[in-house]
Write a protein that binds this ligand. Structure first.
Ligand code: NDP
Length: 258
């Protein structure tokens, strides 16, 4: 095994990233690979994952693509079994796949509300259930593992029309606080990242034209984060000495008030 160096502090580690076919997950997978980790990239769009793996490998990294719908608990368990068999198990999970919809609760709650709950809550919890045993094993063997989840500043804010999305993200943040109390003693660092506006495909899924126009127009007033900004935060968390855990990190565009 190659040894860790200051520029490759994650050498020897195995990172699983959900929602890796675009945006924050894609950028994080690339960055974690640059830092030396072998990365496993999960999402539904296989061709996007294959292109990401090819890019990582071209840059000298190692990656494995697993096309998985994380709302399917059995499929996530099968993916975890493959990670155990092929890479010896994960010691970092970036639980990041998510979707955001907008709509007054009485109009959109059923369709969009449920799909957000299915992915942002159930999908995220499926990945935790499938990979946490590997994280605990890795931490016992090597002294550290990381469970990092992507929440949102929406977990702390109140914006009419985003109630279900904000509720799902509050779940991610509070679940993480509670899991930290459970897993910290087992040397698994639990962190939640709450980004503000990041320029990704997330906003493309907002069907409401007015809400999309509002989001788009905010780009004229403030500079949004790039996915790489959040990716660097993930890399920073994971590269800290095992005794250091940042439980909750809010990453905001400088000009976004709240
Ligand atoms: P993207 O839309 O670019 O990425 C979402 C990712 O989730 C994609 O890779 C998508 O891949 C994956 N995904 C969607 N559904 C599933 C599924 N059923 N199973 C597996 N993967 C799935 O958006 P972001 O990068 O912005 O979003 C990443 C996270 O960041 C989300 O949790 C989001 O809530 C959060 N966030 C984003 C902010 C922003 O402003 N962009 C701000 C705060 C938080 P595929 O379609 O191939 O399955």
């Amino acid at each position: 095994m190659t040894t860790q160096t200051p520029s490759r502090p994650l050498t020897g580690r195995v990172a699983v990233v959900t929602g890796a076919s675009s945006g924050i997950g894609e950028a994080s997978a690339e960055h974690l690979a640059e830092l030396g980790a072998r990365v496993v990239v999960l999402a539904r769009r296989a061709e996007r994952l294959d292109a990401l793996v090819a890019r990582i490998e071209k840059n000298g990294g190692q990656a494995l693509a697993l096309a998985v719908d994380v709302t399917d608990a059995a499929a996530v368990r099968t993916a975890a079994d493959r990670v155990a068999a092929e890479l010896g198990g994960a010691d970092l999970l970036l639980n990041n796949a998510g979707v955001m919809h907008f709509g007054p609760i009485e109009e959109r709650a059923r369709a969009h509300g449920q799909s957000q709950i299915d992915l942002n809550i159930t999908g995220l919890t499926n990945a935790i259930a499938a990979f946490t045993p590997q994280l605990v094993n890795a931490a016992a063997e090597r002294g550290v593992a990381d469970l990092v989840s992507t929440s949102s500043i929406a977990a702390q804010s109140v914006v009419p029309g985003f109630a279900v999305y904000a509720g799902t993200k509050a779940y991610v943040s509070h679940l993480s606080r509670n899991l930290r109390a459970e897993l910290g003693a087992k040397k698994v660092r639990v962190s939640v990242i709450e980004p503000g506006l990041v320029d990704t495909e997330l906003q493309n899924h907002v069907a409401d034209a007015g809400a999309r126009a509002f989001l788009e127009s905010s780009k004229e007033m403030l500079e949004w984060l790039e996915p790489q900004d959040v990716a660097r935060t993930v890399g920073f968390l994971a590269s800290l000495p095992p005794r250091v855990n940042l439980p909750q990190v809010t990453v905001m565009p400088t000009g976004q008030p709240g």
